[in-house]
Design a protein around this ligand. Structure first.
Ligand code: UDX
Length: 456
């Protein structure tokens, strides 16, 4: 049986390795980070992601995932390499391909050191802009003297997994997109990653060109980000017009052309993909002399939405001197990832506006530890493992992440807050009905009873 090699043991690479191990493959997993490799080989999952810890533990026991820092060591054994390293975006929106390039150089060195190895296929899964696979990756590999299409195959197969449900998303994909240099490259990737697609659903496999596959990923993430910014814009209208945005979203979501997904109004999107990918596509367009007006608006609406959370708070409570409890530091529920999380924007803003103390809670210890590096605990910044300790004596509770732990909170849980305390539910997870008779005022983002607006 094929021994695939995954390069990059982050969210994507690790989850693919786990998924393939579950399908019965022996997998080589390469990463430059020796600490992560050591953890994986000892059966410890280095990230906070549902279902992965058990699979990683099992894989270490059965030795189905062999993690290593040396690509050279496993190069001969594997005939297919799936590149899952991160791509980053600087503040100006320029995509940083240093990790992808470094993998290309490592592979080139392997080809040079082992010139007699047979045909290999390299498939990029990292999110890369159009032209990266054939215009950046391929020339580096070919500088080894090997020729693409003859000595090695090249493919690009974007991933669509969501943190928090990464393994399930891989095991039950809506689609498998394979862009390839030629039919042989595509075929090899199809044989491997096609194991995740049910046999009776071949239409879920899309075979295409390298550049089309690259753009599909950006188009999909930009579309989803657009959907979120759209509903957040409608949410702001709902607040102006005395409407509940949830009712509007449910109704429009019933139209199959729209669908009910990704229509949850909230504090704006974060995470490692949407903000980075929309910015990267926007910047790439600008570099080519094109003005991506829609993408620009999507990003502007998103950053305004993060500020709107603070605005909502300020309308309900004087920020200067207040003790503010923030529930949710990760960018969404079920992950310890805090990249571009709303909390990271809101915390410094609240302190700048004069908040006396911020009390921070997240069910994930990873999320708390990540934030502690950026917002070091001091007399104003406090971290809590228990929700009740974070809420105690607070004037405001601001809910920023839709963890199950917060959805189940009842009015009595908030009784430990100060007199005249308020809750700002930016994730719309608490039932307003339950709080009708509570002494604590609940404000839900995207809802108001305001009847001020009457068309003239
Ligand atoms: C996303 C894509 O969904 C995935 O296909 C891609 O491969 C990587 O990027 P992820 O970043 O893990 O996945 O999370 P996702 O569930 O898509 O949420 C992204 C952000 O949008 C989060 O901040 C989330 O809270 C927010 N969001 C999502 C909303 O505000 N409203 C919604 O309706 C959905």
């Amino acid at each position: 049986m094929e021994v695939p090699c995954i390069i990059g043991a982050g969210y994507v690479g690790l989850t693919y390795a786990a998924g393939l191990a579950l399908k019965g493959f022996k997998v080589n997993l390469v990463d430059v980070n020796a600490k992560i490799i050591e953890k994986i080989n000892s059966g410890i999952c280095p990230i906070d992601e549902p279902k992965l810890p058990d699979v990683i533990k099992d894989a270490a026991r059965k030795k189905t995932i062999r993690a290593t820092t040396s690509l050279m060591d496993v190069f001969e054994e594997s005939d297919i390499f799936i590149v899952c390293v991160g791509t980053y975006c600087d503040a100006k929106g320029n995509i940083d391909l240093s990790h992808v390039k470094s993998v290309a150089k490592d592979l080139k060195e392997c080809f040079e050191a082992k010139p007699d190895v047979g045909y290999k296929v390299i498939c990029i899964k990292s999110t890369v802009l159009c032209g990266t696979t054939d215009g950046v990756f391929q020339p580096i590999l070919e500088s080894s003297g090997k020729v693409a299409g003859r000595d090695f195959g090249l493919a690009m197969s974007p991933e669509f997994l969501k943190e928090g449900s990464a393994l399930d998303d891989i095991l039950n994909p809506d689609k498998l997109v394979i862009g390839g240099l030629d039919a042989r490259s595509i075929d090899k990737v199809r044989k491997l990653l096609g194991v995740f697609v049910p046999d009776d659903m071949p239409e879920r496999i899309i075979e295409t060109s390298l550049r089309t596959a690259e753009l599909i990923k950006y188009a999909q993430n930009s579309f989803l980000a657009t959907k979120i910014s759209f509903i957040n814009e409608i949410s702001n209208f709902a607040e102006l017009f005395g409407v509940d945005v949830g009712d509007v979203a449910s109704a429009i979501g019933l139209d199959r052309r729209i669908s009910p997904y990704f229509l949850n109004a909230g504090p704006g999107f974060g995470g490692s993909c949407f903000p980075k990918d929309v910015r990267a596509l926007y910047t790439a367009g600008r570099k080519m002399g094109y003005s991506p007006l829609l993408l620009e608006a999507v990003l502007q609406v998103n950053s305004r939405q993060k500020n709107h959370v603070v605005e909502l708070l300020g309308w309900n409570k004087e920020i200067p001197g207040s003790i503010i409890c923030i529930l949710g530091l990760s960018f969404k529920a079920n992950t310890g990832d805090t990249r571009e999380s709303v909390a990271k924007t809101v915390i410094p803003r609240l302190l700048h506006l004069g908040a006396r103390e911020v009390h921070l809670h997240d069910p994930s210890s990873h999320a708390r530890e990540e934030l502690k590096r950026e917002f070091v605990p001091d007399e104003k910044i406090h971290y809590h493992e228990e929700i009740s300790r974070a809420l105690e004596n607070a004037d405001v509770c601001l809910i920023l992440t839709d963890w199950e732990h917060y959805k189940n909170l009842k009015p009595s849980d908030f009784e430990i807050m100060n007199e005249n305390a308020v809750i700002i539910d930016a994730r719309r997870i608490l039932s307003r009905r339950l709080f009708e008779n509570s002494r604590i005022k609940l404000t839900t983002l995207g809802f108001s009873t305001n009847k001020d607006f009457v068309p003239s």
